[in-house]
Structures are given as structure tokens and as C-alpha cells.
Design a binder for this molecule. Structure first.
Ligand SMILES: Cc1cc2nc3c(=O)[nH]c(=O)nc-3n(C[C@H](O)[C@H](O)[C@H](O)COP(=O)(O)O)c2cc1C
Length: 179
């Protein structure tokens, strides 16, 4: 495990996030990862913060509401194994399955948080939620509201994305690359 200065890795993290990275939570013994493509790294209240956007309907949302902590896992090189896991975790809910086990990923205990790191997707940010905010749909420009929150699509259809996002501000309490 090599500790890193997150700021040096921001370009790499944002570049990888455009293709999808993992946000992992842990509820009791069960770890669950979802793919995320939206997020920021920045500074607020003198803290280094990773900001994630999680729709209300995600299983991850339910867990974050309980545990208020998560890890972010970013590939260093997008191996076929990492790419497959990121696609899998972005297309299935972990409510009834164990996505990380299905992908044969090696979990490593978090240091400052209960959520694990992932050996095969080694650049890791451990985050504790210090603030959260609901998006105000009346302030979202109509063009984005229609594009990203189409209310016309029934919730049980695969393309359904009706739910708005909770924005979670995770203080980055530890950052490293698993070796
Ligand atoms: C490339 C990609 C990026 C995604 N980004 C987000 C995101 O930023 N926020 C979100 O709520 N869902 C996002 N999703 C959808 C979730 O990953 C997906 O709904 C997942 O099945 C949720 O898992 P869960 O129910 O186990 O939490 C993304 C999916 C993909 C494939």
C-alpha cells in the first residue's frame, strides 16, 4: 500500500471517471460497489473532499444513508478484468446479489473506513460523509432535467432514471495505491 497525495492524481482520477470508477459501501458483512461517472474532487471547509452523486433509487443510496462512508476505486490501467467489473457494477443492483464476489475481486480492508479497497482497481480514496445535499430539481436547467431525469419512462424499464440525486460530500481521510 503506497500512500499518495491525491492532488497529484486528480487528472488521472477525472480521466478514469469519464469511463466509470467504483464507489463501494459496506453494510454489516456485505460490501457493494456501484459504478459512478459523476463526481468532483475539491476543497471545502479546508478539507479535501470527493463529491459523489447518487440517485435515490440505488441500493448504494440506502447503505450510504446508514453508514455515511465509502471508498472510491480507480483503475491505474484499465485491465479487461477491471473494465468487466466496472460494467457489471454499473448495470446490476446489489440488493439481491454480491456483485464484488461475482466479479472475483480481491477486497482489502479499509484503514479509516469499513468499506473495502479493491486490489484489482488499486487507486483508493477512503471517504467519510461530512455533508449531503438534495438536488433542487426546480433549479436544474430544463434541458438537463429532460435529458437526465425523464419522468415519462416507467420505473421498471431499463432506461428509467427518474430519480434525482443526493450529493454526498466525502472527506478524503486516506488515499493510497494497493500494490
Ligand atoms: C459508466 C456509468 C456511470 C454511472 N454513474 C452513476 C452516477 O454517477 N450516479 C448514479 O447514481 N448512478 C450511476 N450509474 C448507475 C449505477 O452504477 C447503477 O444503477 C448500479 O446498478 C447501482 O447499483 P446499486 O443498486 O447496487 O447501488 C452509472 C452507471 C455506469 C455504467
Amino acid at each position: 500500500m503506497k500512500e499518495i497525495d491525491v492532488i497529484e492524481y486528480i487528472p488521472q482520477i477525472i480521466t478514469e471517471m469519464k469511463q466509470g470508477i467504483l464507489l463501494t459501501t459496506k453494510d454489516g458483512d456485505k460490501a457493494n460497489a456501484m459504478t459512478i461517472g459523476w463526481g468532483q474532487i475539491g476543497i471545502e471547509w479546508r478539507k479535501l473532499v470527493f463529491t459523489a452523486y447518487v440517485r435515490h433509487g440505488r441500493y448504494t443510496h440506502e447503505i450510504l444513508e446508514k453508514t455515511k462512508e465509502f471508498t472510491i476505486s480507480i483503475p491505474i490501467e484499465r485491465s479487461p478484468e477491471a473494465a468487466k467489473a466496472i460494467a457489471y457494477c454499473g448495470s446490476r443492483t446489489g440488493r439481491d446479489i454480491e456483485k464484488l464476489k461475482d466479479c472475483n475481486l480481491t477486497l482489502v480492508d479499509g484503514v479509516e473506513v469499513k468499506s473495502p479497497a479493491i486490489k484489482e482497481i488499486p487507486l483508493t480514496l477512503e471517504c467519510k460523509v461530512i455533508y449531503q445535499q438534495e438536488q433542487d430539481h426546480d433549479r436544474i436547467p430544463a434541458v438537463f432535467r429532460e435529458m437526465f431525469y425523464p419522468q415519462a419512462i416507467p420505473s421498471d424499464e431499463p432506461r428509467a432514471n427518474r430519480d434525482f440525486h443526493t450529493v454526498y460530500y466525502g472527506e478524503i481521510v486516506n488515499a493510497y495505491i494497493l500494490e
